[in-house]
Design a protein around this ligand. Structure first.
Ligand code: XMP
Length: 310
């Protein structure tokens, strides 16, 4: 059986023994996993630790201010690196999901490794958990960096237990999981500022409307390309949004669809169409995992991971 108190003690001891008196950097994304790993590291080594937030412009929008407030209270120093322009420039015209991920990863780890090099830091704490996609730092050349991933064998439920014991505030504890590359995963096809604006607003509406619904994740995905719609008797081109809502008992390894009431779904679609004038069509995904995955992942990414599909 999983014993959270014992796990915390063991990890704190282990981090201490790995890093000794050296300086350490922890990446924070605004999500629970990275906050929990940061706090474990802080418990182990105190102010030898600094946190880094890479501002990609692909997050929900409230992450940075909440992170700042929390770390400030804990007296943990925070370095913010803005990579928005570089990232959006590089993502221009790229619709292949594998290339999008590669661009994201290269920029993200590029700036991170740069700052570590400048500050002569060789230890990096990350919030990777069991169900995460590998965004492997190992793919980047960094032989002199030791990565510490205290949660890498834990499920989301176990991380939540640890978070409760560490007294992480409820806004982090209750936050639905969000992919590391953020909206680059939730926008199918090319990522640009216009699409990010739409999907961010859609995410906010969906999060507001579903905050009291029991679920693991409930999120919108922006479809690739435009669809034909009609407005005031005229044909128009607009975006399509797919809503995906799942419950999970095993932290996302498998998931069952949330059977939403028609009234609740209709309310969400009405708000989305009213508040997002460029959107003309809303879909509701009804497939469990398996056979689907939780995120909508175009096949070229799966193929790139050399998973056999028949
Ligand atoms: P899938 O889509 O594989 O998702 O069924 C399982 C869990 O992992 C999250 N997920 C990601 N997390 N980077 C992440 O940090 C990613 O690229 C990524 N893709 C999926 C997903 O939200 C779900 O909780």
């Amino acid at each position: 059986m999983f014993k959270p108190e014992y796990f915390i003690k063991k990890q704190v001891k282990q981090i201490k023994s790995i890093v000794g008196k050296n300086k350490v950097i922890a990446t924070v994304s605004g999500g629970l996993d990275s906050i929990v790993s940061t706090i474990l590291a802080f418990k182990a080594i105190g102010n030898q630790l600094s946190a880094v937030y890479v501002d990609t412009g692909l997050m929900r929008g409230y992450e940075l201010s909440e992170i700042k407030k929390f770390l400030n209270k804990k007296n943990i120093s925070l370095i913010v690196i803005n990579v928005r322009k570089n990232l959006f420039d590089k993502l221009k015209g790229i619709s292949d999901p594998k290339k999008k991920r590669d661009i994201f990863r290269n920029i993200f780890y590029g700036v991170l490794l740069n700052i570590m090099k400048k500050r002569r830091v060789h230890y990096l704490v990350q919030g990777t958990i069991k169900t995460d996609f590998p965004e492997p730092i190992s793919k980047i050349k960094c032989s002199n960096i030791t990565t510490i991933e205290p949660l890498k064998n834990l499920s989301k439920n176990e991380v939540q237990l640890i978070g409760q014991i560490l007294k992480i505030p409820s806004n982090f504890l209750k936050r639905p999981p969000f992919p590391g590359p953020g909206f680059a995963v939730r926008i199918i096809g090319e990522v640009n500022q216009e699409k990010v604006k739409i999907i961010r607003k859609a995410t906010k509406i969906v999060e507001q409307e579903t905050k009291n619904i029991r679920k693991f994740q409930f999120f919108p995905v922006l479809m690739e390309g435009k669809l034909i719609g009609t407005k005031k008797g005229k044909l128009v081109f607009g975006y399509g949004i797919i809503l995906r809502a799942v419950k999970s008992k095993d932290g996302g390894k498998t998931a069952k669809i949330v059977q939403m009431s028609w009234d609740a779904l209709n309310k969400i679609q009405k708000r989305l169409l009213k508040e997002l004038p460029n959107v003309v069509h809303i879909f509701y995904s009804i497939t469990d995992k398996p056979p689907a995955t939780i995120e909508l992942q175009p096949a070229s990414f799966i193929a790139s991971k050399e998973i056999k599909v028949d």
